[in-house]
Design a protein around this ligand. Structure first.
Ligand SMILES: [Mg+2]
Length: 227
């Protein structure tokens, strides 16, 4: 793989997080809907979210099946139909994308600039994301925690992603994530990092060459003429 700088900032590959970068965060209405489907007591969204997140790392790492995960959240095993409804509503919370980010990635995309998605996601969501147009069009590869069997910020996750870029030198690979701890772990392996805080201009500054300034040229009127 060439080490020629393909962007102004000398980035030869990109490793991007999904949720919080490409993917939008769930709305409050989505959380409330999922809590309702889970038959959580109304008005107790905070405790639902606590229950949702507590076993999530194990779920993302592929250590829990859909049933085992939701049994931990609910405190009992849901029926097969209820489980399908829960999983569908859960997945729907994470599949909306930020068109501003996708636009920048499309503009940055070029042959010889590998873009690899590195996401903490359970199996079902991974399959859904993998089937999207943006994933197929933009990403040269996509690595999901459930398939890797480990989550960011485990250093091994970044090593897999770096290998997927085909670039040997981590200093020429830009890692983008909305979580500071994930960026910190990547930086410790020598990757360049961008802690994305939801401002697309951050991505533009790192990934896009500035548009060339249009030089002013005086109109070429013949001398002696006037308008
Ligand atoms: Mg994220």
């Amino acid at each position: 793989m060439t080490s020629t700088s393909l962007t102004l900032t000398g980035v030869d590959a990109v490793i991007a997080d999904y949720n919080g970068v490409v993917g939008l965060q769930p709305t409050n209405a989505m959380w409330t809907r999922l809590a309702d489907i889970a038959e959580w007591p109304s008005g107790q969204l905070d405790s639902f979210q606590d229950a949702f997140w507590a076993p999530r790392n194990e779920y993302d790492a592929g250590e829990l099946s859909d049933l085992a995960y939701w049994a931990k959240v609910l405190g009992h095993h849901p029926s097969p139909r209820w489980l399908r409804t829960l999983r569908a509503a859960d997945t729907a919370m994470w599949i909306r994308t930020d068109n501003r980010v996708l636009d920048i990635l499309h503009r940055a995309r070029q042959p010889g600039l590998p873009m690899v998605l590195l996401s903490n996601a359970p199996h079902f969501l991974s399959d859904v994301l993998d089937a999207t147009d943006w994933r197929r069009e933009l990403m040269t590869d996509a690595l999901y925690s459930a398939r890797l069997g480990l989550c960011k910020p485990d250093p091994a996750a970044y090593k897999h992603a770096l290998a997927a870029t085909g670039i040997d030198d981590p200093e020429r690979v830009l890692f983008i994530d909305d979580r500071e701890d994930n960026c910190q772990a990547a930086a410790e392996l020598g990757l360049r990092t961008l802690h994305y805080t939801g401002q697309p201009a951050q991505l533009e500054a790192q990934l896009l060459r500035p548009r060339p300034a249009v030089a002013f040229r005086a109109p070429a009127y013949p001398r002696g003429t006037s308008r």
